[in-house]
Design a protein around this ligand. Structure first.
Ligand SMILES: [Zn+2]
Ligand SMILES: [Zn+2]
Length: 235
């Protein structure tokens, strides 16, 4: 005979993790319109928007072998960035429209899948000395450029940030209902629609419940995913 037992999982079994918020002084986004590998594969244009709070360098590296991304993320210092082949531009604080034009001799379009190169990697690095060892000093955006193999749009595949002490972190999105640019940074709880959605559930990364509703919700109310860990965001 088998004995049976039932384990009741509630969100209270989830482990709270403490995460330090990281201030990222810049952002880089790709504008799909007008971006793509052209028919000949040579005059490719990618339009981007750079926002920076600080003076920075932007280095545009074309046709980066996928196998060398790790090295690029870990050893790049301000001086190294200037040494890498590529187009380097300097910007002051503010918003800047960037037109990145590929002028290399080899075609960006790869002959077959799987692709072996990232068509474009943008490295943004602040010019001034970091304020502290934990300050974010660089952003590395790995960019896919639309080609003929798939219909995937020109877009940023991954973003990494590097802190002054050398730590490299892959940025992952949080999914919350907060409207971008709205005055309410957290959005409202998807259960009670009243309190701020201060609790972010992991691994699904939905920031969708308030503290009170989280205490009585065994699974994520949006995706019904199992909640292994959570963290809270300040109001
Ligand atoms: Zn609630
Ligand atoms: Zn979820």
């Amino acid at each position: 005979m088998f004995s049976q037992s039932v384990v009741h999982w509630t969100s209270q079994d989830a482990v709270q993790v403490h995460l330090d918020p990281l201030h990222i002084p810049f952002s880089l986004d790709v504008l799909e319109e007008g971006s793509g590998i052209d028919a000949g594969g040579t005059n490719t244009v990618v339009r981007c928007e750079l926002k920076s709070e600080r003076a920075c360098h932007l280095k545009l590296l074309w046709r980066v072998p996928c196998s060398s991304l790790g090295r690029l993320l870990n050893v790049v210092t301000a001086a190294d960035v200037l040494l890498l082949h590529g187009d380097t531009r300097s910007f002051g604080p503010g918003e800047h429209s960037i037109e990145a034009v590929y002028q290399g001799e080899e075609t960006l379009e790869e002959p077959s899948l799987p692709r072996s190169h990232y068509p474009l990697v943008a490295v943004v690095e602040i010019t001034a000395a970091p304020e502290s060892p934990s300050s974010v000093v660089a952003l590395v955006a790995v960019i896919h450029v639309r080609d003929t193999h798939t219909s995937m749009a020109t877009s940023v595949l991954h973003r990494y940030v590097r802190q002054a002490d050398g730590r490299v972190t892959l940025l992952q999105p949080l999914y919350s209902s907060a409207e971008e640019g709205g005055s309410e940074p957290l959005g409202l709880c998807s259960v009670c629609q009243e309190a701020p959605a201060a609790v972010v559930l992991l691994p699904c990364r939905h920031g969708c419940v308030c503290r009170a509703c989280f205490a009585r919700t065994p699974t994520c109310p949006l995706c019904r995913g199992f909640v292994a860990q959570y963290f809270t965001r300040s109001l």
